[in-house]
Write a protein that binds this ligand. Structure first.
Ligand SMILES: [Zn+2]
Length: 554
């Protein structure tokens, strides 16, 4: 038993906290507390949704009263609840409408799924697919084209979304007004074949034309989809999440879910405002937002503007140098540099925090220039602004990141699922510099880990930990194989560091007295099993504020 824990108990024993006994006690567990010393404990006591004691069985059992339930975990491993700081939960609103393409393995499978939906749809009714499939897993080893979709859906507009793109069929392109003569929009690209005809692949902002007329789910469908997504992320151990981008209506929806007791993660919400629109319009939108802040119940907070896209992703990140083999091509810049500076200053002025999406090294430069400018108008250094993704955050950026007090919001799941695309587009050595965790930590850069679900199919922190430790991937290769970090640091990235991004490190992110009783029970000891097996771990139970929201405490 660590001395610090014994002292905690001693302090508690002499206070009034124990005058009321615990609601329940977990004993005979292997509890990885993630406190500052990364101590372990055997038992915890929970009262009113918070931990009131953490320590040895004998110590914690002192909080037992006549009605205290005692649960013996027979040595099972307990971790703080996971915090996925970048997961698009609002995408769940559309789930009920979408054709399920998760676990698809060929273009033929995609065609079959779309064909089945066509059968039960009226001509002209739009059809959309889910994420959860990957180009490199398709038997044909290529992306589908509009012709593939036309073959099964000639009379329905079809759009299937990929990471940062949409593949549309001919009718969808026609409705969107996309022809061989349509120029690329700012921050987007319309792929064309050797005859100059659109292939159906619409990259980044080019996909907006198609997304516009896709079906809007009814309120009942939205609610059903959100319940599905929340249940899914709870099953992966989430007790906290950051939704990096949504509307005022989305914020209201989360609050409704919370009021009905259906919100089963603590939510950090960011409003989306387009930084490329005229600044007076952006400022009017900022003014119209509710006051930035937290609701006070630990379940909902909203004080960020995100994820304002500065560039694309794997194939379209904004780089400082030309893409290898593509002279003159440096990726997509979505917002002019001067415009983004002014936008950042407005965000700071109105008391919000900014979390732009910046993948390439040049997009990170743009973010830092804008943050520096904002800071010269309204100080932000203690406001914990973030850069989301930041794949190519390197030594040239470190001093400014630290001076501005920034946190990197990183998603190894991109590398895990899409590293093959990074390798293809950026080539080594640049591809090996994607998400260099070891180097970041050695240089004092703090990062929190997220999934970017549904791009990676929703929040799997155990995979994130696995990847951060081993640099292993789904596609088989390894980018930056020397950039793995310790299990302790990887676990911190999806627990206490996430809490830090929302100023909540004193109330969650570790198992310590006084904090919310948010924890997970795992199928094996994450600290001892071979690293390669971390990705096979299962979550047996997820507990949020003392309430079991997934599985069961046996
Ligand atoms: Zn995202």
């Amino acid at each position: 038993m660590m001395r610090s824990l014994m002292l905690t108990i001693a302090a508690l024993s002499s206070s009034t906290a124990l005058a009321t006994p615990a609601d329940f006690i977990i004993r005979d567990a292997h509890i990885v507390t993630v406190d500052p010393k990364f101590s372990t404990a055997e038992a915890v006591a929970i009262q009113d949704g918070r931990f009131i004691a953490v320590g040895s069985d004998a110590e914690v059992l002192k909080t037992r009263g006549p009605n205290t339930r005692v649960i013996d975990l027979h040595g099972e491993t307990v971790l703080p609840g996971f915090n996925d700081t970048h997961v698009h939960l609002t995408a769940g609103k559309d789930l009920e409408n979408e054709v399920d393409l998760t676990h698809i393995r060929s273009i033929k499978d995609i065609q079959a799924a779309i064909a089945a939906r066509v059968k039960v749809s009226k001509p002209g009714e739009p059809i959309v697919g889910t994420r959860g499939w990957w180009e490199y897993q398709l038997a044909e080893d290529r992306l589908p084209t509009r012709a593939d979709l036309d073959a099964v859906a000639p009379n329905n507009p079809v759009a299937i979304p990929g990471p940062h793109y949409v593949i549309a069929n001919s009718l969808a392109l026609k409705l969107a007004g996309v022809t061989r003569d349509t120029p690329d929009p700012q921050g987007g690209q319309i792929y064309k074949d050797s005859n100059g005809e659109p292939t159906g692949l619409l990259m980044d902002n080019a996909s907006r034309a198609v997304r516009r007329f896709m079906p809007r789910p009814t309120e009942a469908q939205q609610l059903a989809g959100m319940k599905r997504v929340l249940a899914l992320v709870n099953s992966h151990g989430l007790t906290s999440a950051g939704d990096p981008s949504g509307s005022v209506e989305d914020a209201a929806m989360y609050r409704r879910l919370r009021d009905q007791g259906l919100l089963t993660v603590r939510l950090d919400f960011a409003y989306n405002i387009d930084p490329a629109e005229p600044l007076d319009k952006a400022e009017a939108e900022l003014r119209a937002l509710p006051e930035p802040g937290a609701d006070g119940d630990g379940m909902f907070r909203a004080d960020e503007i995100g994820e304002t896209g500065l560039d694309g992703a794997e194939l379209t990140a904004l780089l400082e140098h030309d893409y290898p083999g593509k002279p003159g091509y440096r990726g997509l810049q979505k917002v002019p540099t001067e415009q983004f500076k002014q936008f950042a200053a407005l965000v700071a002025k109105h008391g919000y925090r900014l979390r732009p999406h910046a993948v390439g090294d040049a997009a990170i430069d743009e973010a830092l220039d804008a943050f520096d400018y904002a800071n010269s108008q309204t100080p932000i250094t203690d406001r914990r602004w973030m850069i989301d993704h930041a794949f190519l955050l390197g030594p040239q950026h470190y001093a400014r990141v630290k001076r501005l007090g920034l946190i990197v919001n990183s998603q190894y799941m991109h590398n895990y699922e899409l590293g093959a695309l990074i390798l293809k587009a950026w080539k080594r050595p640049l591809a090996d510099r994607s998400e260099p965790y070891r180097q970041w930590l050695q240089n004092g850069i703090m990062f929190a880990g997220g999934s970017d679900g549904p791009i990676s199919y929703y929040a799997e922190p155990l995979l994130e930990i696995y990847g951060e430790v081993t640099r292993g991937t789904q596609w088989g290769g390894r980018l930056g194989p020397d950039q793995g970090i310790s299990r302790e640091d990887a676990i911190r990235s999806v627990t206490i560091n996430g809490a830090y991004t929302t100023f909540e490190e004193k109330v969650k992110g570790s198992i310590e007295p006084g904090k919310y009783a948010d924890f997970v029970v795992l199928s094996a000891d994450i600290m001892k099993i071979p690293a390669e097996q971390i990705r096979d771990l299962k979550v047996l139970a997820t507990v949020l504020g003392g309430r079991t929201v997934y599985g069961a405490l046996r």
